[in-house]
Design a protein around this ligand. Sequence first.
Ligand SMILES: *[C@@H]1O[C@H](CO)[C@@H](O)[C@H](O)[C@H]1NC(C)=O
Ligand SMILES: *[C@@H]1O[C@H](CO)[C@@H](O)[C@H](O)[C@H]1NC(C)=O
Ligand SMILES: *[C@@H]1O[C@H](CO)[C@@H](O)[C@H](O)[C@H]1NC(C)=O
Ligand SMILES: *[C@@H]1O[C@H](CO)[C@@H](O)[C@H](O)[C@H]1NC(C)=O
Ligand SMILES: *[C@@H]1O[C@H](CO)[C@@H](O)[C@H](O)[C@H]1NC(C)=O
Ligand SMILES: *[C@@H]1O[C@H](CO)[C@@H](O)[C@H](O)[C@H]1NC(C)=O
Length: 455
Amino acid sequence: MSYQERGILVSMLIFFLIFQFCTCIDTITLSRPLKDGDILVSKGETFALGFFSPGNSSNRYVGIWYNKVSEQTVVWVANRDSPITNSSGILSVDETGNLVLHEKDQSFVFWSTNVSGVANDVFSAQLLDLGNLVLFQGEVYSWQSFDHPSNTLVSGMKFGLDRKTGLNRVFTSWKSSVNPGVGVYSLKMEFVGSTQSFLYKGMKKIWRIGSWTRHGCSGIHEMNTNYLFNVTYINNNDEVGIIYLVRTLSIFSRLVVSDFGIIERMTWNEADHKWVAFWSAPKDPCDGYNRCGPFGLCDPHALGTFECVCLPGYEPQSPQGWYLRDGSKGCKRKVGTQMCQVGDGFVELAHVKVPDTSTARVNMSLGLKACVELGLRNCTCMGYASADLSKGAEGGGCITWHGDMIDTRTFSDGAQFFYVRVDAAELGRDPPAPLTSLPAEKGLAVGHGRRRIRP
Ligand SMILES: *[C@@H]1O[C@H](CO)[C@@H](O)[C@H](O)[C@H]1NC(C)=O
Ligand SMILES: *[C@@H]1O[C@H](CO)[C@@H](O)[C@H](O)[C@H]1NC(C)=O
Ligand SMILES: *[C@@H]1O[C@H](CO)[C@@H](O)[C@H](O)[C@H]1NC(C)=O
Ligand SMILES: *[C@@H]1O[C@H](CO)[C@@H](O)[C@H](O)[C@H]1NC(C)=O
Ligand SMILES: *[C@@H]1O[C@H](CO)[C@@H](O)[C@H](O)[C@H]1NC(C)=O
Ligand SMILES: *[C@@H]1O[C@H](CO)[C@@H](O)[C@H](O)[C@H]1NC(C)=O
């Protein structure tokens, strides 16, 4: 081999070494920070981390995106509300064990993980193949991006509360497509009554995802396990929430809180090089939180008429408002209703997203039969339902409502049974009285063979 040939061979070897080396870097260490222009790529090459500018913006942000998706799709952003205006940004691990985003030779910190460090430990930050950026103090992790979501839920991420640390993961929209700053829409899980999730606009609830149970969610059946992904509900001493997993790693699927206040589940279609919206919500007027007021019931199939009706035994609080198709005042007990162990009982409604459980009582150790008895005995009980949908009429767990029942709606199928307290007159009617609705052309909206439950 000539000297020249050997030279070529050596440089090729070096080239391959460097090439190999470059694609394999998934870790930031004290001695190896990340400059603007550098990229970390996770081991399986599914995700990349680096600096980016959204759309036509010239601001620089640190983000994580799908490495194999040709249209840059950012799933997490570090410095959401403090953009860097030039390319002098550096992401490094400092001596206190924090990830810090700063400018070259400048002390100004744009963003930091802000965890308390342990002195004299080995610190590093690694981008894992699920798209999680994890900060390690030695072998122990002290921070991870999955716990501080932006607007996107990717496969493997948890949505819910870490009971040990009190950390509740909230997803927040971007301000706009060119500004990843914290926007007005947020998706949050709440734990009063039974576990529910809400989409907020600012402080205002605009959509409620019904109760989560280990078998899915009563508010949207599309969120339940299917052939592409599964959703597991976790509720133990350490945590409560869901974990969402795609069944095959080659499927890229994400749930996004969009800057328009819509939750979308998008799946990458490699053949057409585009994201396909699989599902989105809120979908119809009945998804609007508290659309029909207290004791109202929203029926999206009331085509051409007003979607608000009253629960059985109730009538519109404001017939005038109802006539003008404003359901916000809701409904009140019909005049002359006799209640409290005077022959009153419950009627069953099918395919219902049960009322907001924030003010309800939940007892997971009661079956549906005990639940009925509890309801009949207690005069303040306005309605009840099983807390575990999968068990249907047999029920597992008991939810009872003792005050206003709001945000109740029907679906054409799925969802669950809901039982509303009515007086003897309402119970005795055969066939059951039509649900109250004005204008009066509306008939029986959810009467799918209403069962009457008498004492
Ligand atoms: C960037 O794009 C947005 C819309 O996508 C537009 O409203 C804005 O004017 C553009 N800004 C610049 C600086 O071009
Ligand atoms: C980047 O911008 C900052 C001000 O935000 C400035 O202090 C710094 O000198 C700039 N660096 C370069 C390389 O232009
Ligand atoms: C860092 O954490 C401390 C205590 O948790 C808090 O007071 C401080 O505001 C945080 N700083 C930043 C920049 O988030
Ligand atoms: C959900 O899917 C993942 C990935 O295929 C699998 O490992 C897990 O066992 C599944 N869980 C359930 C509850 O089906
Ligand atoms: C649930 O019901 C059982 C059986 O009636 C009762 O012993 C228990 O105290 C109830 N739990 C709560 C939290 O009310
Ligand atoms: C009825 O239930 C409510 C709510 O759980 C409770 O505060 C009240 O004491 C109960 N009343 C009776 C008579 O058991």
